[in-house]
Design a protein around this ligand. Structure first.
Ligand code: WQD
Length: 338
């Protein structure tokens, strides 16, 4: 009988893409989400794309009784934990909202898991825990430094998980530090659906490309990089989702608590992305270089070697595919899942 996986934040951007990969890999799925920042439509499309059913339960991680019911009513073998608020800027304005939602929510989840004797978890962390790196590429043993309340919640949850494993070595924990996920599934039927003005670069580019936005503001052209704009390690969300399947499989070996970067190891600047998008789609993105955005770091990209050695995973999709798939999603869904 195939394993049953509980996915928190299942209707979200990376959650829904991972649900599709899980179904296609033969797992049984229970998805939970409070739908505060995403729509159940994403999972309806995931089931249509895979031709397989999943169970969706609307549940907030702050609802302890609701969480206990999920574990009481379903035979969960492992959890993939995506649920959490993730807007850096918003976390600076509303830190308590982020600490309550992300930290208390995770503590409730872990307690419900322990009570149900479910001790296998894959956690969605972020390269943001590295703060401002002293050198590049970034490997997992680099110093950690939260530079926003959002980053602080990711770092604190990593410590929670490691303390939990230290207290009970039966826990198998895979902490995945994502670099910059870029959508979308090649079907164009599921993708990133930011509410309001996109914070992230690629959704903004694709909204300009389909005429939803006038032009792109490039935040800063005077950084210490070849073309003056910031460098990031952009990774296709399908590659990222496949990394979760590998991480789940790794938990079978009882690895204890392990930490892995999920990145491509290749950095691209903002202007590189604009050029790549035009080359991939034929659409020139109008832009203007404006002042820097507070909190941005000059350059961030991964040493992706550990994921290949330990998980047997390596990103396969290049910038051209990222841009084509991102544009296809936005063209088919100019207003997201509306
Ligand atoms: C990328 C580059 C911007 C928008 C964030 C989170 C991180 C992770 C990934 C969750 C930067 C520039 C952007 C725009 C621009 N999320 N940019 N104009 O900030 O690297 O990472 O998302 O885990 O935690 O911090 O991604 O896409 O916002 O920015 O010039 O309209 O694009 O300055 O250099 P970021 P991003």
């Amino acid at each position: 009988m195939s394993s049953t996986i509980l996915v928190t934040g299942a209707t979200g951007y990376i959650g829904s893409h991972t649900c599709l990969e899980l179904l296609e890999s033969g797992y049984q799925l229970i998805g939970i989400d409070n739908l505060s920042n995403s729509r159940e439509e994403s999972l309806r499309r995931v089931q249509k794309l895979s031709g397989k059913p999943l169970t969706f339960i609307r549940c907030d991680l702050l609802d302890e009784a609701g969480l206990a019911r999920v574990f009481a009513e379903h035979p969960v073998d492992a959890v993939i934990h995506f649920a959490g608020l993730k807007a850096v800027g918003e976390s600076v304005e509303k830190p308590l909202l982020y600490y309550k939602n992300n930290l208390s929510g995770t503590a409730n989840l872990l307690e419900a898991m322990a009570n149900a004797e479910v001790k296998n978890i894959v956690f969605s962390s972020s390269c943001t825990v590295y703060g401002i790196p002293e050198k590049l590429p970034i490997s997992e043993d680099f110093p950690l430094q939260a530079v926003s309340p959002y980053g602080q919640t990711k770092l604190t949850i990593e410590y929670m998980l490691q303390d939990l494993h230290a207290s009970d070595p039966q826990w198998n924990i895979s902490i995945l530090r994502y670099f910059n996920p870029v959508r979308a599934h090649p079907s164009g039927d599921i993708g990133e659906d930011p509410s309001g003005i996109p914070n992230n670069l690629m959704p903004y580019i694709t909204q300009v490309a389909v005429g939803e936005r006038e032009q792109l503001s490039v935040f800063g052209g005077d950084y210490d990089t070849p073309d003056g704009t910031c460098i990031r390690d952009y990774i296709h969300v399908v590659d990222l989702a496949k990394g979760h399947i590998k991480a789940l499989e790794k938990l079978q070996d009882n690895p204890g608590a392990v930490i892995t970067n999920l990145g491509t190891g290749q950095g691209y600047s903002v202007l590189d992305m604009i050029r790549a998008f035009a080359a991939a789609t034929g659409i020139k993105i109008p832009y203007q270089i404006v002042e820097r955005r507070a909190g941005d770091t000059t350059a961030v990209y991964a040493d992706a070697g550990k994921a290949e050695r330990d998980l047997g995973w390596k990103a396969k999709r290049d910038l051209q595919q990222m841009c084509k798939d991102a544009h296809r999603w936005q063209s088919k869904n100019p207003r997201g899942y509306l």
